[in-house]
Design a protein around this ligand. Structure first.
Ligand code: NAD
Length: 255
């Protein structure tokens, strides 16, 4: 059992997941960094913990622990939730961050490319929310933050990703209405292009950067920390009268 808020960050080993896990732990949560890549989850959690220990007293009580999780598999999701409830007695925060694009022009997009993106981004967010909801309802408290993307407004070559992220926005609004009476808020963040390692290694990185300079009001790519800060606010007890909303973290790009 623990007195601290317990947070699950799905896809925690990736760029935005790592930054979010760090930020929530710095804000005092016990963070479960959950990822389908178990080895990466462990490496990232170990590195975060080692950094805090090396940093001395301020970091001494911060805590991130790794977990294996496939958000597309309800049995895997339930196993994690049952384990956390048995050990900690609570789950206060769920960040539905796991997701990926599989871009292709419409006429070339395969069934597998379409379905896999819907499965991880949309079904995964639903499956995780469904599993934590009974715990949050019992405690009459919860914060669910879903990962949308500015792409929910529509991008060419991203029929799968745009549909999935628009679905995440709809899911967010439906769950906000359904769970609000239990003091559970449900919001989404919609980042623009965020400079993760994967984006930095993208063959069109230079083009993406110059587009960001043209299309954004703030003339740069976003950082994982920009997104983590927005998530941390929505996940905090302070954000108690804000639900069903979509917070754009896009440097002012809305189209
Ligand atoms: P990333 O690829 O660095 O991280 C994604 C993580 O999700 C990886 O660690 C991966 O192992 C994990 N994952 C994949 N399938 C999973 C599954 N079935 N179950 C559990 N974990 C799984 O990506 P990122 O850039 O950090 O993106 C994180 C989220 O932010 C995604 O939902 C993405 O769509 C969204 N997003 C990213 C950007 C961007 O520019 N990077 C912009 C807008 C939205």
């Amino acid at each position: 059992m623990t007195d601290r808020p317990v947070a699950i960050v799905t896809g925690g080993a990736g760029g935005i997941g790592q930054a979010t896990s760090r930020r929530l732990a710095e804000d005092g949560a016990l963070v479960v960094l959950a990822d389908i890549d178990e080895a990466a989850a462990k490496a990232v959690a170990d590195a975060l913990m080692a950094g805090w220990v090396a940093g001395g007293a301020a970091g001494g009580d911060r805590r991130v622990e790794p977990a294996a999780l496939d958000v597309t598999d309800p049995a895997s999701v339930q196993r994690l939730v049952d384990d956390l409830v048995a050990r900690f007695g609570r789950i206060d925060i769920l960040v539905n961050n796991a997701g990926f694009p599989r871009d292709a022009p419409l006429t070339k997009m395969t069934d597998a490319e379409f379905r896999s993106v819907l499965d991880v981004c949309l079904f995964g967010s639903f499956a995780c929310a469904r599993a934590v909801a009974p715990v949050m309802i019992e405690h009459q408290y919860g914060r669910i933050v879903n990962m949308a993307s500015r792409a929910y407004l529509g991008n060419p070559g991203q029929a799968n990703y745009s549909a999935a992220k628009a679905g995440v926005v709809g899911l967010t609004k439906a769950l906000a209405k359904e769970l609000g009476r239990h003091n559970i808020t449900v919001n989404a963040v919609a980042p623009g292009i965020i400079e993760t390692d994967a984006v930095r290694a993208h063959p069109k990185y230079d083009l993406l950067t110059s587009l960001a300079h043209k299309q954004n009001s703030i003339r740069r790519l976003g950082s994982p920390e920009d997104v983590a800060d927005a998530i941390a606010y929505l996940a905090s007890a302070r954000a108690s009268f804000l639900t069903g909303d979509v917070l754009h973290v896009s440097g002012g790009r809305f189209s």
